[in-house]
Design a binder for this molecule. Structure first.
Ligand code: FE2
Length: 192
């Protein structure tokens, strides 16, 4: 279940509010043109299941999205803290950018943090985790970070894989936000 943090008055240390209710998160995102769904994760998949098995398990959901959004291919991205070149890979996406096509991700394992910068609204952060599907429309200004465990496995859908090159805004806005995830346990630990 995704968590959404809205930075109403700017970046670090500013007023923010947090949405954790699935309906509220979906409504907020829908108003921004971003689709958010929860997919059942009951498919019996081993943590190390090969990509083909992941795509096969979610074939029904993938096909529905392809029909709806004109996506032609799907693949599985799989990174962990031990992935060679991870820092370089992440650096491409942790700066504010946009794409010529939708960014569609279904999270199979792990977590990640999207920051979205709407043209007429406050920046908000969406932490996605297992079972979350997000579609960020083409042209949306955004950036992405992994959470502390640096692990994500996600199905990606493409209208045209060549359109997925990041175009950087160089606005500098991203520098004002820390990639802070809530983590698996959102309730803060009790004071000792
Ligand atoms: Fe992106």
């Amino acid at each position: 279940m995704a968590t959404l943090k809205v930075h109403d008055d700017g970046g670090l240390g500013a007023e923010s509010r947090t949405l954790t209710d699935a309906g509220e998160v979906r409504s907020f995102l829908a108003a921004q043109g971003i689709d958010y769904e929860r997919w059942p994760t009951a498919h019996a998949l081993a943590a190390d299941a090969p990509a083909d098995a992941v795509l096969g398990a979610y074939a029904g959901e993938i096909e529905r999205l392809k029909q709806k959004g004109g996506y032609v291919t799907a693949d599985v991205i799989d990174v962990s803290a031990s992935t060679p070149g991870l820092d370089g890979m992440l650096a491409r996406f942790s700066r504010e950018h946009w794409h010529d096509e939708d960014e569609v991700r279904f999270i199979v394992e792990g977590r990640g943090l999207f920051h979205i910068h709407p043209p007429a609204g406050p920046v908000f952060a969406l932490e996605v985790e297992r079972g979350d599907l997000i579609r960020v429309p083409r042209g949306t200004w955004h950036w992405f970070d992994l959470c502390g465990e640096r692990r994500i496995r996600a199905i990606r859908l493409f209208q045209d894989a060549s359109g997925w090159t990041p175009h950087y805004t160089d606005s500098g806005v991203d520098a004002g936000y820390q990639p802070v995830c809530f983590g698996p346990a959102r309730v803060p630990p009790a004071e000792p």
